[in-house]
Write a protein that binds this ligand. Structure first.
Ligand code: PLP
Length: 400
């Protein structure tokens, strides 16, 4: 049988229209919710923020949720609110978006990376203990792709060493671990509602916590260090008075964004169910493709399937991963990479001076990961075109 030429080698592309790796799904209800808020008189600092916080806390099953302008701000405030700063270390993962690392550095603390697990690309819990020093104050895992890290192991180590657990749950809205939603395990759990996350506020973040004092502190810190928000002040007997009680930030979100978020939250479970259906279809389609390793799931976890990441088996192809990505683009499949290890970005390489050889699994895996399109709005026929393009490209570049 003749092997079909990929588009990058002069063949015909599998699809004529480009397929992004992710995009949001905005409904008429979402639009109406935003328009209603625009007409309500409250653009920012109004009732939708508290409503969004109550709904999200109830969804997760956490006592408190604090809404913010981004997950990056949330992560940064989480570190600060726990009193972690200069001279302190936070153990985290290098296989993440740089926001996780920035949050630690902007609080004045030092990030310390573990290696990762080959199968899930999550922080390797077995590598945490040897990275602990007298300066370590917290562990900050990131639930890669919405598949929760081994939280039993992380929480056990944290308990034994008196460390806080701050989770980067930017991928994990709706994910579960041992029967409970992500947002109810660690000390502070940070979510993103950026445009391409599992539910969106356009931009937005939230922190969930079981600690009422921390929740109050976070609300004060997010708005200049002023304990009352503008909405409450408007109904106070002395609305002209405010007091700054802490060195705060301008990290608050808006009613417009929370109105969109409230409307999106109603569909989060439906979105995640479609994501799961597509992941099952991908896994099934790639089961017999020798060049591909499909993603693993942590025992006891129900992932939220934020991204679908395959690994190309080392030594199985005549070309490198970047050539495969270029070939998929030529087929009009906009596959991507999540992520370049943080220590490999020029800024962190120059300032942290870490030895990549200290993260052997991360180094190896980072060379062979490919993120395939996955989002609820795509169709089964979109998915089939991805499978066809991947199989076509890999067949062509397979080592004979
Ligand atoms: C998107 C993302 C963030 C940042 O979220 P924002 O809301 O855009 O600030 C942090 N960590 C990870 C892993 C992400 O994917």
């Amino acid at each position: 049988m003749a092997i079909e030429k990929p588009a990058i080698e002069g063949g015909t592309p599998v699809r004529s229209q480009t397929l992004p790796y992710a995009t949001q799904w905005i409904s008429d209800d979402d639009i109406d919710a935003v328009v209603d808020t625009l007409k309500s008189g409250w653009l920012t600092g109004g009732p939708k923020i508290g409503e969004f916080e109550r709904e999200f806390a109830a969804y997760v099953g956490a006592p408190h949720a604090i809404a913010l302008n981004s997950c990056t701000s949330a992560l940064n405030l989480s570190v600060i609110a726990l009193g972690i700063g200069p001279g302190d270390e936070v153990i985290t993962t290098p296989m993440t978006f740089v926001a996780t690392t920035l949050a630690i550095i902007h609080a004045g603390a030092t990030p310390v990376f573990t290696d990762i697990e080959e199968n899930t690309l999550n922080m390797d819990a077995a590598d945490i203990e040897r990275r602990i020093t007298p300066r370590t104050k917290a562990i900050m895992p990131m639930h890669y792709g919405g598949n929760p890290v081994d939280l039993d192991a992380v929480l056990k180590i944290a308990g034994e060493h008196g460390l806080k657990v701050i989770e980067d749950a930017a991928h994990a809205a709706g994910a579960e671990y041992r029967g409970r939603k992500i947002g109810t395990h660690g000390d502070l759990v940070n979510f993103s509602f950026h445009a391409i996350k599992n539910a969106t506020c356009a931009e937005g973040g939230a922190i969930t916590s079981a600690d009422p004092e921390l929740a109050e502190k976070l609300k004060t810190l997010r708005y200049f260090g002023i304990p009352q928000d503008a909405y409450k002040r408007a109904s106070s007997p002395t609305p002209w008075k405010y007091e700054v009680v802490a060195l705060g930030y301008k990290y608050n979100t808006t009613d417009i964004q929370c109105a969109l978020g409230l409307s999106q939250l109603k569909r989060l479970d439906e979105f995640n169910a479609i994501r799961k259906k597509y992941v099952d279809m991908y896994n099934e389609a790639f089961r017999d493709v020798a060049e591909i390793e499909t993603p693993g799931t942590t025992p006891g976890a129900r992932p939220s399937h934020h991204i679908y990441v395959i690994r190309l088996r080392e030594g199985a192809l005549r070309v490198d991963r970047d050539r495969i990505l270029a070939a998929l683009r030529a087929e009009n499949i906009f596959a991507n990479v999540h992520y370049t290890p943080v220590y490999r970005h020029p800024y962190f390489a120059e300032t942290m001076k870490l030895d990549p050889a200290d993260y052997p699994v991360c180094e190896r895996v980072a060379r062979c990961i490919v993120t395939l399109p996955l989002f609820p709005k795509m169709t089964v026929s979109d998915l089939e075109s991805v499978v066809a393009a991947v199989k076509k490209v890999l067949r062509y570049y397979r080592k004979q």
